[in-house]
Design a protein around this ligand. Structure first.
Ligand code: SAM
Length: 243
């Protein structure tokens, strides 16, 4: 046990994760800023720069939560020089409908609406078993999400399945053990809840290191698999291609 709470070894991880994000959906964005001192915004911007999407991109943003990666992707496309636009697509998928609901209201506030020409597809789906056809996307992102899943290998093989040949897999994840200790403390202070955040800490402790994850991505069939550490390895971006 850690701090007197049960470890999650024997529990059904996906159910637990579902209820955690159900409880934290409303405070999620505030927590992100508080816990990373706003740095998660920089990491996410670097992540989109790494993707460097072009018009015509079909992105699946899994574990997309409240839409942070998707909104950055849309802004990036808006800022591209070439205005002769080929239509781009984006699907935000998440296992938790509450997170997607928050995302949809954020999209409205930010003006990413059908009236303004944005058709974001919001899809409630488990990353381990995606309800998307084979070879339907040119890019797949998972940001701060792969740690929360029960079977990483299933997520990776699903990513491989839904990508078109030539498609790119990108994963952004947190690795710093020390910062995890702060999560339940901040959760209690900001959102008034300790236990859901304690659970998150339990799940993130057991995650493979950068090199091991690289091997798993290769085992799923991806080629040219690389990773880049950001902020001295606090987070890393893994990349792979379906060739
Ligand atoms: N990508 C967003 C971001 O960077 O702000 C959200 C990250 S949030 C820390 C993790 C998300 O993963 C939550 O929205 C949670 O519901 C989702 N999630 C957890 N397990 C999942 C699964 N098996 N399939 C899809 N989404 C999952």
């Amino acid at each position: 046990t850690h701090f007197g709470f049960k470890t999650v070894k024997e529990r059904d991880k996906s159910k637990e994760v579902y209820s955690v994000f159900e409880k934290v959906a409303d405070s999620y964005d505030v927590m992100n800023d508080a816990m990373s001192f706003g740095v998660h915004r920089i990491w996410k911007d670097l992540f989109i720069q790494e993707l460097s999407p072009l018009h015509g991109c079909k992105l699946l943003d899994t574990a997309g939560g409240t839409g942070d990666i998707t909104f950055r992707y849309l802004n990036y496309l808006n800022n591209l020089e070439n205005k002769k636009k080929i239509k781009s697509y984006v699907t935000v998928s998440d296992i938790n409908q509450n997170m997607l609901d928050v995302g949809q209201s954020r999209a409205k506030k930010l003006g990413f609406t059908p009236e303004n020409g944005y058709n974001i597809d919001w899809l409630q789906s488990d990353a381990e078993n995606l309800s998307c056809p084979d070879e339907s996307y040119t890019a797949y992102t998972i940001a701060f999400g792969i740690r929360n899943v029960t079977h990483i290998d299933k997520v990776l093989s699903e990513a491989y399945r839904v990508l078109q040949p030539g498609g790119r897999f990108l994963c952004l994840e947190l690795y710093d053990q020390y910062s995890f200790q702060m999560i339940p403390v901040m959760g209690k202070l900001i959102a008034g809840q300790w236990e859901p955040y304690q659970y998150l800490v339990e799940s993130i402790r057991k995650f493979p290191k950068q090199d091991e994850l690289k091997g798993m991505i290769e085992n799923a069939g991806f080629r040219q698999v690389t990773y880049k550490n950001l902020t001295f390895g606090v987070v890393a971006i893994h990349s792979g291609f379906k060739i």
